[in-house]
Design a protein around this ligand. Structure first.
Ligand code: ADP
Ligand code: MG
Ligand code: MG
Ligand code: MG
Length: 400
């Protein structure tokens, strides 16, 4: 057993060197720490003579965002590594290959995806990803179906869920998504011009009830093994390829939480088009592309999840007449509600998104923020009435 300590670049090189089949025996390795997060170190180790490279990601025992005073379990590195291995088995090609997971030093060695771009940045630069809906709906349907009671025996699922008890990261989610945005919490941060909007959030009892119901689902509905943090900053992309990274928040929770995360981030980018599009025509086209993607994701997910249900559904529950339609309706409603909660927290809560925050003109930024808040709160308030993906798109289009 090696005592945990944060790795330096020389140690990351030694770890990478040990992975067989990556680097030539002769030839120097070089290393850069490229992490942009607040919780982890990410080392990029490469061999200039061969062009080979790997990533060594190591968990830090605290969240940098609030200094070293916010301790965070290192067990999340094991959770991330194990989740990636399960996701790779269920959705081959849609996550980086894992070479090694070390529990003592809390690191994962994985495939280098530097040939891809982080989707949030790709979208900001105007990228169009024609295969994204197909890929992400595969990822969602495969990983969520086969880790639910529909695709797994009760005993198997209970045993697996023991490996994904993730109290520290679930607490971050509970606080930052379901609590702080709805009260005057110290961790909240928002532009001063949003003070009135924030106060309306804090006073809206109808909204609070819906958030409480979503929070209850997040806490108690162990439906499937979630990624848990599936925003566009956790997706590496090219026109041909999609790779999901960073499942350190993985735990057994409600399926709509993952689907909602993807949709929320597309809708945040939609609101950000106030700035990122050059004119009204380009803005309308770009927004159409984003809402088409939202629709394509749900429709493909629904089709694939139902096909898995028909082919692999466990006899003990999947055969009840009417259950499948009821289940899919509830998944869509949860997707809407969680998407709304994820939009709201990115405007008034602790961690924001570049799609909105990088808008330089305060008046334009304010317009985008208000639009996002209107979309987010409408999705939360109406989630239990949603029966079609078109209603989610109409909510976005009605406030833009
Ligand atoms: P965190 O949990 O700290 O957010 P991420 O896993 O999201 O860490 O990684 C942070 C950043 O490190 C990513 O945005 C990306 O720039 C880089 N990175 C992470 N994993 C890889 C990878 N497999 N290949 C290339 N770059 C990576
Ligand atoms: Mg990050
Ligand atoms: Mg990340
Ligand atoms: Mg992370």
């Amino acid at each position: 057993m090696t005592q945990y300590h944060p790795l330096n670049e020389q140690e990351a090189i030694a770890i990478a060197r040990n992975i067989s089949g990556i680097f030539a025996a002769e030839g120097e390795l070089s290393c850069r720490e490229i992490g942009d997060g607040n919780l982890n170190l990410v080392f990029h180790v490469s061999q200039p003579s061969t062009g080979a490279s790997v990533i060594v990601k190591q968990a830090l025992p605290y969240a940098k965002v609030v200094g070293e005073s916010w301790p965070l379990s290192l067990d999340r590195a094991r959770i991330e590594g194990e989740a990636l291995i399960i996701q790779d088995r269920l959705a081959p090609g849609l996550v980086p290959t894992v070479h090694q997971v070390d529990h003592d030093l809390a690191f994962t060695v994985m495939e280098d995806l530097s040939s891809h771009v982080i989707m949030r940045q790709g979208l900001i630069e105007g990228g169009v990803y024609p295969l994204f809906a197909e890929h992400i709906s595969d990822f969602l349907a495969q990983t969520l179906f086969f880790t639910s009671d529909l695709g797994m025996s009760q005993q198997e699922k209970k045993l697996l869920s023991r490996s994904f008890v993730n109290p520290d990261l679930c607490k971050i989610t509970e606080d930052l998504i379901f609590d702080h945005p709805y009260t005057n919490a110290d961790t909240n941060s928002f532009d001063a011009h949003l003070q009135g909007e924030a106060e309306r959030l804090w006073a809206d009892a109808g909204l609070h009830l819906e958030v409480a119901l979503l929070r209850e689902k997040f806490l108690t509905h162990a439906q499937a093994l979630l990624h848990g943090d599936l925003h566009t900053g956790s997706i590496f992309i090219t026109e041909q390829s999609t790779k999901v990274i960073d499942p350190e928040f993985a735990y057994f929770g409600p399926i709509g939480f993952d689907i909602g995360a993807v949709i929320a981030n597309l809708l945040l980018h939609y609101a950000g088009q106030e700035h990122w599009s050059a004119d009204a025509k380009a803005r309308a086209e770009r927004r159409r592309y984003l809402t088409d993607t939202v629709r394509d994701i749900w429709i493909a997910f629904d089709r694939k999840f139902r096909a898995l249900w028909q082919e692999h559904g466990t006899d003990r529950i999947a055969k009840t007449v009417g259950y499948e339609d009821d289940y899919m309706r509830r998944l869509l409603q949860d997707t809407a509600g969680f998407a709304g909660a994820k939009v709201v927290r990115r405007i008034v809560g602790l961690a924001h998104v570049a799609d909105i925050d990088k808008i330089p003109d305060p008046a334009v930024r304010s317009k985008a923020q208000r639009m996002a808040l209107a979309i987010g709160t409408a999705l939360i308030k109406r989630n239990r009435q949603i029966t079609s993906i078109e209603q989610i798109i109409e909510i976005a289009d009605s406030v833009s």
